[in-house]
Design a protein around this ligand. Structure first.
Ligand SMILES: [Cu+2]
Length: 155
């Protein structure tokens, strides 16, 4: 009787450790997995032909580097940082941004951001535009298409 009880408890424990609905992929196939939130683009102000955008990009399973971005809605997208120079905020183009498991990449107004040039007619507040992110995962190129919401100033 004692033996039967012990076996049942062991089976219950084993079942709890390996729930059937969460299969574990083989380690060899597990690469970095990206996810994003808050992808946006600002509607250009006063007919200007440039604007900025951002998103929060997280990774699990390894570090990745964001090396660039492109979109049918823009001629060019650059990666920019903001820094204080002689008491003035200045932006500067950079080659890449690193994203690690412990530190998500946050591109936003007033900080690191996407800079967009040659803005298409479809970049209108309330619409969404697709942006393709080019990434590098330890030498392996990756892409991620994100859907960015177009916002007007004040939204
Ligand atoms: Cu900029």
């Amino acid at each position: 009787m004692t033996r039967l009880f012990a076996s049942a408890a062991l089976i219950a424990l084993a079942a709890a450790c390996a729930p059937a609905d969460t299969p574990t992929p083989p380690v060899a196939e597990a690469g970095p997995v990206l996810s994003y939130t808050d992808a946006f683009v600002m509607e250009p102000i006063g007919g200007r032909d440039l604007t900025m955008g951002g998103l929060t990009l997280s990774v699990e399973g390894g570090d990745v580097t964001l090396t660039g971005a492109s979109s049918p809605s823009f001629g060019t997208i650059e990666l920019h940082t903001m820094s204080m120079t002689d008491g003035q905020m200045q932006m500067r183009q950079v080659e890449s941004f690193l994203i690690t498991e412990s530190e998500a990449l946050e591109l936003k107004r007033g900080g690191n951001h996407f800079m967009m040039f040659d803005v298409g007619q479809d970049v209108v507040s309330g619409e969404t535009v697709d942006i393709t992110l080019n990434l590098d995962a330890d030498g392996e190129p990756m892409t991620l298409v994100v859907e960015a919401e177009v916002r007007a100033i004040g939204e």
